[in-house]
Design a protein around this ligand. Sequence first.
Ligand SMILES: [Zn+2]
Length: 178
Amino acid sequence: MTNADLASHVSIQALAESGAPLSGRFPLQKMGRLAPETAGLKADSAVEYSLMAELRPGAEGGMDLWLHLQATATVSLCCQRCLGEVGIPISLDRWYRFVETEDVAMAQDDAAEEDLLVLEPKFDVLALLEDELLMALPVVPMHEHCPGQMAQLPGEGQGDSVEVERPNPFAVLARLKK
Ligand SMILES: [Zn+2]
């Protein structure tokens, strides 16, 4: 079994009982939903992740399962100002609490500060990781300073260059629609 197979079938209970972190690296190109959102993804672009699970006393006397996800990746996107490639660093650090069913999650979601997930015997950590990366992508990715951009002289920037600096509305819409 590869690391990737393991991470898509994780027993959170066993992970909590082991007390050890599960960490690894997963190629972004193999993420079927994320990869099409990117531009010029390198073959070796990967997300580095680390997972820790723990049991904590719950509200009703039992033990709750919690999961801590930390991950970093640099995702290549298309700059909406110069349309060149821009590497966007993403860093995730999130806690989740597992509940029994979707109904419980819905009922408790408003009151809970943490994110709630429905516990499955073999939890797909990679799918969760991909969801989080997708949500972390900026709606309008841009270079802080676009390469090759000319320094503007005072008084310039009234004409055509104003258009250039505006994000591409179609690209923004396309992302919002999803
Ligand atoms: Zn740019």
